[in-house]
Design a protein around this ligand. Structure first.
Ligand SMILES: Cc1cc2nc3c(=O)[nH]c(=O)nc-3n(C[C@H](O)[C@H](O)[C@H](O)COP(=O)(O)O)c2cc1C
Length: 224
């Protein structure tokens, strides 16, 4: 697959087959992702990769806390407050596709169900967490974003699939406590990783993208 093909076929994947992903493969993805650029070469990322019993233990711990009505203070807001157009509309459209794929109407129950699925890593065999020191700013967070995208593309190139999951930022303190992580680390996002269930309706979404001309000012090119 060419890089262009990999970029175009990567999809946020929300249904996985139970096939395990070897530790060697996870390490190979991270070995490629560490080549991502970072401002000042700070490489501000810390990664946790879980499978098997440690993954189930974490999921159970978060599930118990949720069932008991507990919630963490989010490590960072997932969206800005009062999301504006056109961002708000795009978010709603993406959400509507997910609910439709599940055969559900938008509402608190369907939101809770999707949160439930998110917090089980969509039953993927591997869960990843991406963290950085609380003192990091927007540029370091963008470094983590580039790292995550490299993981996702490397996974796609190997026939695997991923779902980046900001939802985990809402459970950062439970995750850090359960895994004994350095409390100086804030949780940016999680990521489900595994073999995609190709037949699942949730994996057949096509969230659109704006045309280049709608977000770009092009100046000085003689052919444009
Ligand atoms: C930083 C980030 C956080 C995300 N968080 C979630 C999440 O918590 N749950 C989820 O189901 N999808 C999440 N997504 C996936 C987006 O919804 C998805 O990328 C978007 O709808 C575009 O779809 P595509 O990735 O399939 O092209 C996240 C994506 C990114 C980049």
């Amino acid at each position: 697959m060419t890089l262009e093909e990999v970029v175009r076929i990567r999809r946020a994947t929300r249904a996985f087959r139970p096939d395990p992903v070897p530790g060697e493969t996870v390490e190979a993805l991270l070995d490629l992702a560490r080549m991502a650029p970072s401002g000042g070469n700070l490489q501000p990322w810390t990664v946790v990769a879980l499978t098997g019993a440690p993954l189930r233990g974490l999921i159970d711990r978060v599930g118990e806390r949720r069932a008991g009505g507990g919630r963490d203070a989010p490590d960072h807001p997932i969206y800005p407050t009062g999301l504006w157009e056109p961002l708000r509309g795009r978010r709603r459209a993406a959400g509507a596709q997910r609910y439709a794929a599940l055969g559900l109407a938008r509402g608190p129950e369907s939101q809770a169900l999707l949160e439930d699925m998110n917090l089980r890593f969509f039953d993927a065999p591997v869960g990843l967490f991406f963290l950085a020191d609380w003192r990091c700013g927007p540029l370091q967070w963008s470094d983590l974003g580039m790292f995550m995208q490299t993981v996702m593309l490397a996974a796609t190139a190997r026939g695997l699939a991923t779902c980046p999951q900001a939802v985990w930022a809402g459970w950062g303190r439970t995750v850090a406590d359960h895994l004994g992580l350095d409390p100086d680390l804030a949780l940016l996002a999680g990521m489900a990783l595994g073999v995609p269930d190709e037949g699942a309706p949730l994996n057949a979404l096509s969230p659109g993208r704006e045309e280049v001309r709608n977000f770009t000012k092009i100046l000085g090119f003689s052919d444009r």
